[in-house]
Write a protein that binds this ligand. Sequence first.
Ligand code: NAD
Ligand code: MG
Length: 334
Amino acid sequence: MDRDDRTLAEGQQVPSQEGPAYNAVLAEQCGADSSLDDGAGAKLSDPTKAYPKPPFERQSQPWPGLACRMNPRPDHGETSYKGSGRLAGRKALITGGDSGMGRAAAIAFAREGADVAINYYPTEEEDAAEVIALIQADGRLGAPLPGDLRDEAFRTALVQRAVEALGGLDILVCNAGRQQSHASILDISTEDFDATMKTNIYAPFWIIRAALPHLKPGSAIVATTSEQAYDPTPDLYDYAQTKAATMNYVKSLSKQLASKGIRVNGVAPGPIWTPLQVSGGATMEKLETFGGQTPFGRPGQPAELASIYVQLAAADASYATGQIYGASGGAGQP
Ligand code: NAD
Ligand code: MG
């Protein structure tokens, strides 16, 4: 589907490819996407019509998938997110920052004035290069830190590399995740189960432990959990329990770190159009109707969650800790 065919709000224009530096970079590297804003300022936009609805075409990619090969391409806010200095001077490490929610957060953080290091799996270089170019187009430092989060030695080294690249660290977004759909528990191998636990539970544990000595009062940790933490589907037995654990560690760690002035919060997305879903996260049947069961009748786009990550990282959210902010099109919890 051509991007111009995507469902836009009534009267809304596909944004111009000219103008701001980020638009030029995006147009050159990956082709611009739809946005909620045509550059003329904030507009009222009907959320039921803002983005593509099912049916989607069947599509499958080898794990972990690439956003730039999805149809339609997800919107990470490349042409729409506008900053206002909310994170000026901040230094952020985002895991899974190449695509999906992590990419939306990376773009938004840079536009809000932060320098951003992103971790991603080495085969995701194509997506990651687009994100780094977008961060740099905003005049911010963008540090690419590829590596496998299932590897304990890498996970610990990752934090040190981020601190060296950024000259410090005060925002940590533990967002990377592994989701593989299995109809039955009998289909989940020990290796599969282990890979999901290593990525979703061990990685944040190791990364937060390594990061803590660097985090000064005022720093923020943001985790990506899921509506699956509260209302798991039968095909995500292993994944859903890691998201419940994520929700739980946010609540535990926030109490533990409150006296240090470090806030810990989580984001719980509903169905969002990202590579995770087309690389084993959803069956082809589920993909065709993806997001159609929500009250909005469509999946969310990563761009629609960017401002939540910004809000949880920003200093003016100073009384929010141990909170989970949801964005699920009306169907999910909390
Ligand atoms: P995504 O595929 O864009 O992002 C997931 C990222 O995790 C990948 O880009 C990859 O860089 C990283 N990753 C996974 N395994 C890794 C490994 N071994 N080493 C290094 N990096 C690894 O998909 P997304 O949906 O944006 O996922 C981001 C987070 O959102 C995940 O924690 C996911 O569980 C959560 N989530 C997604 C949805 C959804 O519907 N898409 C819903 C709720 C929660
Ligand atoms: Mg990716």
